[in-house]
Design a protein around this ligand. Structure first.
Ligand code: KG4
Ligand code: ZN
Length: 337
């Protein structure tokens, strides 16, 4: 059994995965969304204190498995420094006390391996990671060869959903709220600009679109004057612009990438209108679309455990005295994760 811990942002999660069958034996996640909703976004210090309470609570529930553990894995980057440290401290302590190896896991690779929870992996694979922290198209050739093909120049997809929701006073996190409102909205009412529409750049950008939404809300008299229909129409029109942007850039990438398998991962990949747009695009290009079960799209320890299985097989361990928050450098197209 491998115990895995995730605390890179506002979800405290621990999983136990069976090494031989890849089955999840235990998985629990305590989300802090309600605690951060008041502030309209994640407050790192508050998140860190909540992890310090939630992680030991979850550990208490799985006490019976401790003697069966063969290794402990933890997300060490990228994420919020103060929250990563909570998971790292617990993982390091367990590894030392139980005298078992420690495995460090890159959160983005964890998201990619969320596709393979309780399953065998499929590679090569083209992956679009859309989360609260990242928007990246990645060419995944193997466990060690994951090359960035395009990234966001500014905000990420999830972040832009969160910020637009905040502008309309809708609460946090905004993605699922905006998606629900968009169902009753007219996506043709506001003609928000599709980012980088006329640019040949293989990149994503969402801050201009966010600004266009802000100006429209001001034109309508500010948040306080928005009717429920205005909010639905803004949500639908904004979601449409994001979808068109993702599809337009993905199409360009698909033209030069013959890889047959394509996958959507990350919190924002739970969005059904984005999923449907990719179903159509993949049909057009003869690609097979893979998506993550909804429960594993957002941050969780099951995906960290799944990646850790691969590290365990290859004996990729880290000395508990040496583990630290990883230094996350800004990646350019062509760089490896
Ligand atoms: O992967 P995740 O849990 O955290 C990061 O690694 O960043 O992603 C969280 C993000 C949030 O920004 C949230 O608003 C977004 O995923 N999200 C969605 C939806 N559900 C969650 N965005 C769009 N549509 C959704 N249905
Ligand atoms: Zn994540």
């Amino acid at each position: 059994m491998i115990l895995s811990i995730e605390s890179s942002c506002d979800d405290s999660s621990i999983a136990i995965t069976d090494r031989l069958t890849k089955k999840l034996i235990f998985h629990k996640k305590i989300s802090q969304e309600a605690d951060h909703a008041y502030y309209g976004g994640v407050v790192p210090e508050l998140a860190s204190r909540l992890h310090a309470i939630a992680l030991p609570d979850i550990l208490e529930e799985l006490r019976e498995y401790l003697p069966t553990l063969k290794a402990v894995a933890v997300t060490n980057q990228p994420g919020l420094g103060v929250t990563l440290l909570e998971g790292i401290a617990m993982a390091k302590t367990l590894a030392m006390l139980l005298k078992i190896p420690l495995i460090e896991v890159n959160h983005l690779k964890g998201h990619i391996y969320s596709l393979f929870i309780e399953k065998s992996s499929i590679m090569p694979l083209l992956v679009l990671l859309i989360s609260g922290g990242h928007t990246q198209m990645i060419n995944v050739s193997s466990l060690d060869t994951m090359q960035l093909l395009a990234t966001s120049m500014d905000d990420s997809v999830g972040e832009s959903f969160d910020k637009v929701a905040k502008m309309m006073g809708l609460g946090y996190p905004g993605g699922s709220i905006i998606e629900a409102l968009a169902h009753g909205g007219d996506e043709g009412r506001f003609d928000f600009p599709v980012p980088l529409r006329h640019s040949p750049l293989l990149a994503f950008s969402l801050s201009g679109l966010k600004n266009a939404v802000r100006l429209e809300i001001e034109r309508l008299g500010g948040e306080a004057n928005l009717t429920p229909q205005d909010k639905s129409d803004i949500s639908a029109s904004f979601q449409k612009a994001i979808r068109l942007h993702l599809i337009q850039k993905s199409k360009k990438i698909f033209q030069s990438q013959p890889t047959r398998d394509f996958a959507l991962v990350g919190g924002a990949s739970a969005n059904l209108s984005i999923r449907q747009a990719y179903e159509k695009l993949c049909r057009e290009f003869g690609k097979t679309l893979h998506v993550v079960p909804l429960e594993y799209c957002s941050d969780n320890a099951a995906m960290i455990g799944r990646y850790a299985l691969e590290c365990y097989e290859r004996k990729r361990f880290i000395d508990p005295d040496k583990i630290d928050i990883g230094v996350t450098k800004k990646l350019q197209n062509g760089d490896f994760l």
